[in-house]
Write a protein that binds this ligand. Structure first.
Ligand code: C2G
Length: 129
């Protein structure tokens, strides 16, 4: 079984996120999403999520490509996650290109093109938030 992992906030879930997850799943048979907790988002990314971790987890778990959702609580957990879940491939959107190349010692590292025209920031702007 080929196991894939990816990380993210997935707040205000949109088709750019689903495009990423669909393509990530093509690299294996089992896709793990490490979902940023509310605390990690606020403390480490200065992101205030619209939906709580529990709601974001429910939404991401409902996506057909996703097999498991685990919490992302720190920048430093990736190597442990890769070992603990026997991950073969780490996938992220290419806005992170190069940032996680150190993981190449532990698994394949793939950066996929982002879906260019959509983002949570854009959605909030369009809604006048
Ligand atoms: N994404 C995408 N296209 C978009 C928006 C997002 O492909 N239009 C991808 C991102 O590249 C990322 C994933 O969807 O791979 C989740 O995006 P975010 O929730 O914005 O993730 P981020 O806040 O960048 O957190 O440790 C890594 C971080 O947790 C990544």
């Amino acid at each position: 079984m080929k196991r894939v992992i990816t990380y993210g906030t997935y707040d205000l879930l949109h088709y750019g996120h689903v495009n990423l997850l669909r393509r990530a799943k093509e690299y294996g048979d089992y896709l793990i999403v490490a979902l940023s907790t509310d605390e990690f988002n606020w403390e480490s990314k200065q992101k205030k999520c619209y939906f709580s971790y529990e709601i974001r987890k429910q939404l991401v778990e409902s996506i057909r490509y996703v097999d498991l959702v685990i919490p992302e609580e720190s920048w430093e957990q990736k190597i442990n996650d890769i070992k603990e879940y026997h991950v073969d491939t780490f996938v992220m959107g290419d806005d992170w290109k190069g940032k996680f190349d150190f993981l190449k010692d532990y698994c394949d590292v793939v950066y996929l093109p982002r879906t260019p025209e959509i983002s949570t920031t854009q959605i909030k702007k369009d809604l006048g938030k």
